[in-house]
Write a protein that binds this ligand. Structure first.
Ligand code: DX5
Ligand code: ZN
Length: 217
């Protein structure tokens, strides 16, 4: 299981140190939650802050857009060379065009599903994305409780195996050492973990190791 800590739960007073610390602790990607106060009722980071994150990170960036006007934000963040840029299907009128545009900038496109959105909504998009991000909370805030998305992921996994077996499944929201093994079992490749990692009493390395080892048993 790949683990991508969400820096939304980091201490922003020392953001560079926090990013270096999770990278040294063995994270596989740095998850960056971009919120615009329109698509979700919260605001987070723009390109000035995210460029500081990129400068500190030794793991690839996984940028999760929770915004209106996705293309505008893709243009803002593409120069930072993230590994992934993910955008919500609920917001995008031209998801196929945007996925191809992100790919043309040398970045892996990922499509995000809110908890209420069925996997069938992105069926025809699957050949054009490198990852599907399944939200297991309603987007906007860290530290919410996990919503059961197991059956949805099982359906999504079957669809992916048919049309684009290389496409990864990522889950975001309320992931911890109690539910991550079940997520691995239904076919999840990468988990976002915000509060679990940043609030862990034994530190970031133990948090990341406990998530990974829970999937091995
Ligand atoms: C929610 C964000 C998540 C969130 C995860 O809108 O997309 O990435 O920060 O935080 P936890 O793991 O605490 O639910
Ligand atoms: Zn996120």
């Amino acid at each position: 299981m790949l683990v991508a800590p969400s820096i939304l739960s980091a201490d922003f007073g020392k953001l560079g140190d926090e990013v270096r610390a999770i990278c040294e602790a063995g994270c596989d990607a740095v998850h960056v939650d971009v919120m615009d106060g329109h698509f979700v009722p919260n605001m987070t980071m723009g390109p000035v802050v995210v460029s500081a994150v990129a400068a500190a990170a030794t793991a690839p960036l996984d940028i999760h857009l929770m915004v209106e006007n996705n293309t505008f934000f893709v243009d803002l963040f593409a120069p930072l060379k993230p590994r992934y840029i993910s955008f919500h299907i609920e917001e995008e009128r031209h998801p196929h065009r945007l996925a191809q545009y992100i790919k043309s900038r040398g970045i892996s496109p990922a499509i995000v599903l809110n908890p209420h959105t069925p996997p069938q909504a992105i069926e025809l998009l699957l050949p054009y994305v490198d990852m599907v991000l399944v939200m297991s909370v309603n987007p906007g805030f860290a530290a919410q409780s996990f919503i059961d998305v197991y059956d949805k992921i099982k359906v999504l996994k079957r669809m992916i195996e048919e049309v684009n077996p290389e496409c990864l499944i990522e889950v975001d929201g309320g992931v911890n050492d109690q539910n991550i093994a079940s997520l691995a079992k239904v076919g999840v490749d990468m988990c976002v973990a915000g509060s679990f990692v940043f609030k862990h009493k034994d530190g970031y390395r133990s948090a990341i190791e406990s998530l990974k080892s829970a999937c091995e048993s």
